[in-house]
Design a protein around this ligand. Structure first.
Ligand code: FAD
Length: 468
């Protein structure tokens, strides 16, 4: 359909996914205009916004590889091989993410966004327009309208409008008017605040650097990811209510002394007070919607289509994978948007909704389950089976973070594996109990003790073990 003329695409949003998408679309030979409402972050002194660093895993890396940027990003990242669990008593216990050679990367959000914008602009068919905020679009005609920071209205007419404009997407709002869009938005009762652990006076990391540090405290938790400047960015996730109950510096120090005592000397008491008292906890939202397209001219991707709570570290990774999926589908339909867009919606919705659910589930795993001995035993068993059957037994986290298994299949396979694991654990319990009973009966036989005597002795032993 589009073989004669170069398709012209307006990408709304020059964040992580928008900038990468521009690279993918330009590689196909499309003419791409990127419209971003903020100033060019490459020229900005300070960038307001979310998390300073992000965990990059296989899906994101694969997408970066496809546009030739993986090595550059990896060079500027820090591998994290395991979670490091911090107990209230100051103990630290590592839990591997997968096999020893598997790791996720801590990358700088701003640097990554800058690199992607520069890579997109290297292609002569990409033009970036900063300080251009979308005010409206028409999916029948392909018209898009923006307002600049000076208040000037700018119009354009394109073949395809792609909304990569984040969780509060303007393109999605327009899509809602144009089609029957199912939409679900959920704010969780928890919020987050970023704190910091600076480098040591001799410019070293103050904790083990190749870990994602976690302080799980059941109802809430803190995590820390390493930065290239040898600091750590800590994120405190807690219910709004707990944040608002901490009103004074004294409340704050009592709370930290009680819950995260080992982090105080690392952060520095004064820095902790200064940052906490001058920051506001930020909300977290999960958004599901369907379909992601309208007709042959409108599409949403990334957080605009599936914002998720950040507990699986997959928001950006899933958004980057969106770009691969669209690229593959455009290949399949030879750039015929009327066929490719519905196919994209159909393929991607089920996976994007699955990772939104997994992200919600992982909050419980990170803040609570890692404290449970049974959970840790299951995890060990999971990893043992993975070592024995690497092709047929893949733990859930490994599937999500280290493969490109479709997210909805990760959930299906996990359910199946869970059933098997439960059976294995119960068989273990029966085996141990059965073994003990058998040994006792054998001893009774040898020593000619009656069953009645034996139960008396067991009761006696039990009584003697009870605390006085
Ligand atoms: P955004 O990054 O929100 O970019 C949207 C862009 O569109 C912005 O630049 C915005 O200015 C622009 N825009 C908005 N409206 C308009 C408009 N009307 N006109 C023009 N431009 C517009 N993901 C991971 O994979 N790993 C992690 O470790 C991770 N950690 C996270 C930690 C926290 C605390 C949070 C909140 C999120 C985390 N995420 C993580 C998720 C990740 O940040 C997002 O999934 C990712 O930023 C989505 O990229 P995006 O480009 O779709 O949206």
């Amino acid at each position: 359909m589009m073989s004669e003329k170069k398709p012209h695409v307006a990408v709304v949003g020059g964040g992580l996914v928008g900038a990468l998408n521009a690279c993918f679309l330009a590689k196909r030979g499309f003419k791409v205009d990127v419209y971003e409402k903020r100033e060019d972050i490459r020229k900005a002194e300070h960038v307001k916004g979310r998390s300073i660093n992000l965990a990059l895993s296989t899906r994101g890396r694969t997408a970066l590889r496809m546009v030739g940027l993986e090595d550059e990003v990896i060079k500027n990242g820090i591998p994290m091989h395991a979670r490091m669990i911090h107990g209230v008593d100051g103990s630290r216990q590592p839990i591997l993410y997968g096999k020893k050679d598997q790791f996720i990367m801590s990358v700088d959000r701003r640097k990554l966004n800058e690199l992607l914008l520069s890579a997109a602009e290297k292609n002569p068919s990409v033009t970036c327009f900063f300080e251009h905020k979308l005010v409206g679009c028409d999916f029948k005609t392909g018209e898009v309208e923006f307002i600049t920071n000076e208040g000037k209205r700018v119009k354009n007419k394109v073949d395809l409008i792609v909304g990569n404009d984040g969780a509060f997407s303007g393109v999605r709002k327009e899509l809602m008017k144009a089609t029957l869009l199912d939409f679900q938005q959920q704010y969780i009762p928890h919020s987050y605040m970023e704190l910091t652990i600076p480098p040591s006076p001799t410019n070293e990391f103050l904790m083990e650097k190749n870990y994602l540090h976690i302080w799980p405290r059941n109802e809430f938790m803190m995590i820390a990811l390493p930065n290239l400047d040898k600091s750590f960015t800590c994120t405190l996730f807690m219910p709004f209510k707990i944040f608002s109950d901490i009103k004074t510096e004294e409340d704050l120090m009592n709370f930290f002394n009680d819950k995260f005592p080992d982090s105080i000397p690392l952060m520095g008491e004064e820095t902790l007070k200064e940052i906490y008292m001058s920051s506001k906890p930020l909300p977290m939202v999960s958004i599901k919607c369907s379909p992601y397209h309208v007709g042959d001219k409108g599409l949403i991707m990334g957080d605009a289509a599936h914002a998720m709570v950040p507990f699986y570290g997959q928001g950006m990774n899933a958004g980057f994978e969106d770009c691969i999926v669209l690229d593959e589908i455009l290949d399949m339909y030879q750039n015929d948007f009327s066929k490719a867009l519905p196919a994209y919606s159909k393929t991607r919705t089920v996976d994007a909704q699955a990772i939104c659910d997994l992200a919600m589930y992982n909050y419980i795993e990170m803040r609570k389950s890692v404290n449970s001995k049974l959970f840790l035993l299951r995890k060990k068993l999971d990893n043992l089976l993975f070592t024995i059957f690497p092709n047929s037994w893949i733990p859930l986290y490994t599937m999500v973070a280290f493969t490109r298994t479709r997210y909805h299949l990760c959930i299906e396979r996990r359910k199946h594996q869970d059933e098997i694991l439960t059976k294995v654990l119960w068989s273990g319990v029966f085996f141990i109990v059965g073994g003990c009973a058998f040994s006792l009966l054998k001893i009774c036989n040898q020593k000619e003790i009656s069953f009645h005597d034996l139960t008396d002795r067991v009761v006696e032993l039990w009584e003697s073990l009870k605390p006085v």
